[in-house]
Design a protein around this ligand. Structure first.
Ligand code: ADP
Ligand code: MG
Length: 729
């Protein structure tokens, strides 16, 4: 008995098995995303075959032809039939081998994939053979028996008509002419890491190679020959390592650009266990150090090679193996970050000397920091092992709140600090053409004041602490060793901004206001607000006068404000630019009026040192991470956003019982626009506290002694004690 209407059965989608060639083509499209990914796979195969010379020829951005020739060990005649089948590899046999994999390939997918989306021809000869073999492949299979042919040592793989059967992909790639650039970039990266291999890359038919490196024993020579003298002469050698299983085990060495190197785009060449990979977290971490440490916020050139125990690296997380995941990634990144920071500071120091001496002999690579290896560096200081009972972890699914269970002490070297100040001063002086040298003594004195008032215990907390989260509107919860602290983020950010103003003095990048703001109106606004606060009553005429006077005063000081503090006031009395004190952070623009009034009222314009100090303090107060003016949209603060009229409206009285449901809904109605504004403001502030304030404090803040007693830091609990309590439970 059939109760199903025949029409209905037809409408249900039927599941059927995809044709194998379709499956393979889809999979291949994932492994070989664009011509450059094919080149990467082919070059990696050549490297795995112990080649010492690899040359690449490309036609039409790789769509017409990619040809990679090497002088490696070649492919055995008997392996040729299965060479291009999926999952055929000579590099892995059991899953466990993945743990110790040293070669770049292991999935046996690359060559197979190429045959599903292009025409592949392999010519190869192995040691001891009189002749080589040539064979073409399609869809994983040989098109014919291998033909004997003359061949030079190694293997040549030719991929023609890539994506001939993927029309959409071919079209998009045809329009973007930049794949050849990507291939050149890729080869350049390989060339500066595998310095014992010579690489070349050229367009088909071109006489000149666009990458040409010869095997060398010096990394710096390789970088010079590939990236040019302008990069190579501005590099600093870096090294770091750790060998403590409770925190991290790694060795890193590399070259990073110094303060003389000024470009707009970061170049980060990263090899982990000799594998060319990307690590966005590390790249971001280093960019932050650069933008914050160097007077002229430049993007870096970084070459870095990190070696880890193979079992600490998961190479199998990405279809093109472009990304890898590391054990203890955060710890490693932090350690590298601090080494880079200290090297950069030292490089800043030698900058002036370097410019004077090197100018006469520009060919000398300017690695000026050999002496800095004598300084104790964080990399040299071994982590102290943390007893297991002191290890503390929060939820690991929330990395932001993860509590690190490691400690290591940064050496305090006062000499180092002093000389770095001298360097800052001299580089500032240099930029200012020695014209106003005298001006800067006062800045120097103010910075010295900061250093001499620095509290070493608090400095240690600031540098080593872990941010747990915000405890309320003003206090953040921190963990340092086995103690928990509450720290006042308003005070901390105010001080940090103040110190940044002095440190970046005359070298700020600018925040451009979308509309320039008339000083006089802003000052009026501020005066009115002040009146509300103080409950005094001046008449509007008087306020106008004060606003006008202050506007005149600020206009008179405009040149100085612009030159030293990047506060731009035009001749009509409009404010259009403010300084960037910390990357990725703009102050709360609602506080501009108050700030301007403060410039007018609180700044001492007579004495130079007082003037700079009070101006820095005014900026510090303006940029501090105050709670937003709108109340926090949760808990009691939420009341503020509830629509006023609810429930109590006279017309509600006497509604029938079936309206009760509506009443409840109305009760929950909020001023949504205001509410979402508040949510954004608070959310942004919390983001900035976590991602800007704390990382920057760790790098730059010298906490003054006063913070130890004025309630900025409050110790709330010792975890050891808490554990004892828990143990008793
Ligand atoms: P995988 O590299 O993951 O093993 P591939 O598909 O890239 O997979 O390559 C398959 C196999 O072909 C390799 O394991 C290797 O044995 C061999 N092979 C590929 N290219 C070369 C080459 N240039 N020289 C020698 N052998 C090669
Ligand atoms: Mg491979």
């Amino acid at each position: 008995m059939d109760i199903e209407a025949p029409g209905e059965a037809k409408e249900l989608p039927k599941i059927h098995r995809l044709d194998e060639s379709v499956v393979n083509r889809i999979a291949a499209g994932e492994v070989i995303q664009r011509p450059v990914s094919a080149v990467k796979e082919l070059v990696e195969n050549s490297l795995d075959a112990s080649s010492t010379s690899i040359s690449v020829v490309v036609k039409d951005g790789g769509l017409k032809l990619i040809q990679v020739s090497d002088d490696g060990h070649g492919i055995r005649h008997e392996d040729l039939p299965i060479l291009c089948e999926r999952h055929t590899t000579s590099k892995l046999s059991k899953y466990e081998d993945l743990q110790s994999i040293k070669s770049m390939g292991f999935r046996g997918e690359a060559l197979a994939s190429m045959t599903y989306v292009g025409h592949v021809t392999v010519t190869t000869i192995t040691k001891g053979q009189l002749h080589g073999y040539r064979v073409s492949y399609r869809d994983g299979l040989m098109e014919h028996e291998p033909k004997a042919c003359a061949a030079v040592k190694g293997t040549q793989i030719m991929v023609e008509n890539l994506f001939y059967n993927m029309i959409a992909r071919r079209k998009t790639l045809q329009n973007s002419a930049d794949d050849y650039t990507k291939i050149v970039d890729l080869l350049s990266r390989f060339a500066i890491h595998h310095i014992d291999v010579s690489f070349s890359c050229r367009k088909h038919g071109a006489a000149r190679a666009d990458v040409h490196s010869v095997a060398t024993s010096s990394r710096l020579d390789a970088i010079r020959s590939v990236y040019g003298l302008s990069v190579a002469r501005n590099l600093i050698k870096i090294e770091a390592s750790d060998n403590d299983p409770s925190s991290s085990v790694f060795e890193m060495d590399g070259f990073i650009s110094n303060s003389n190197y000024v470009v707009k785009k970061t170049t980060m060449v990263l090899f982990i266990n000799d594998r060319l990979v990307e690590c966005t977290a590390l790249k971001r971490a280093l960019e932050i150090v650069y933008s914050a440490t160097l007077p002229k916020a430049s993007k870096p050139f970084i070459y870095m090679s990190i070696i880890l125990p193979p079992e600490h690296v998961d190479v199998n997380v990405h279809p093109t193996k472009r990304e890898v995941s590391l054990l203890n990634q955060e710890v490693i990144i932090e350690k590298i970050q601090s080494v880079v920071e200290s090297m950069l500071r030292n490089s800043n120091e030698s900058r002036t000397f370097q410019e004077q001496t090197v100018e006469s002999s520009p060919s000398v690579p300017s690695i000026t920091n050999n002496e800095s290896h004598l300084n104790p560096s964080p990399s040299g200081s071994k982590s102290q092992k943390v007893p297991v009972h002191k290890m503390v972890r929060t939820d690991s699914s929330d990395p932001a709140g993860r509590l690190h269970a490691y400690l290591y002490k940064k050496p305090q070297n006062h000499l180092e600090m002093n000389s770095s100040l001298t360097a800052v001063r001299s580089s500032v002086r240099q930029r200012r053409n020695l014209r106003e040298t005298a001006d800067l003594t006062s800045i120097q004195e103010l910075i010295n004041d900061i250093d001499s008032k620095c509290h070493s215990g608090l400095l240690d907390i600031v540098r080593q602490c872990t941010y747990v989260g915000m405890a309320d509107d003003v206090f953040a919860l921190l963990q340092h060793n086995t103690h928990l602290y509450l720290a006042n983020v308003v005070n901390l950010s105010k001080e940090l901004m103040y110190q940044q103003v002095l440190r970046r003095f005359a070298h700020f990048n600018a925040i451009q206001l979308s509309e320039s703001a008339p000083l006089q109106e802003l000052l009026m606004l501020a005066l009115k607000e002040e009146e509300l606060d103080l409950e005094c009553n001046e008449n509007d005429d008087l306020k106008m006068k004060i606003a006008e006077m202050n506007t005149q005063l600020l206009k008179q000081k405009a040149e100085m404000l612009e030159e030293y503090f990047c506060i731009f006031i035009d001749s009509d009395g409009n404010l259009s630019r403010l300084p960037i004190l910390l990357d990725q952070y703009t102050p709360d623009m609602d506080r501009v009026p108050e700030f301007l009034l403060c410039l007018g009222n609180d700044v001492d314009w007579e004495d130079e040192k007082n003037c700079f100090q009070s101006l820095a303090a005014a900026l510090g107060n303006f940029y501090a991470m105050h709670p937003p003016l709108l109340p926090h949209p949760s808990g009691e603060g939420l009341e503020f956003y509830r629509k006023r009229k609810h429930g109590k409206n006279p017309q509600d009285v006497g509604k029938s019982s079936c309206d009760i449901g509506d009443d409840i809904e109305i009760e929950d109605e909020f001023e949504h626009k205001l509410l979402s504004e508040a949510e954004t403001a608070w959310g942004q502030r919390e983001w900035s506290i976590q991602h800007v304030l704390f990382p920057s404090m760790r790098l730059f803040l010298k906490p003054p002694t006063s913070m130890a007693v004025n309630g900025t830091f409050v110790r709330v609990a010792s975890l050891e004690k808490l554990y004892r309590i828990f143990e008793r439970c």
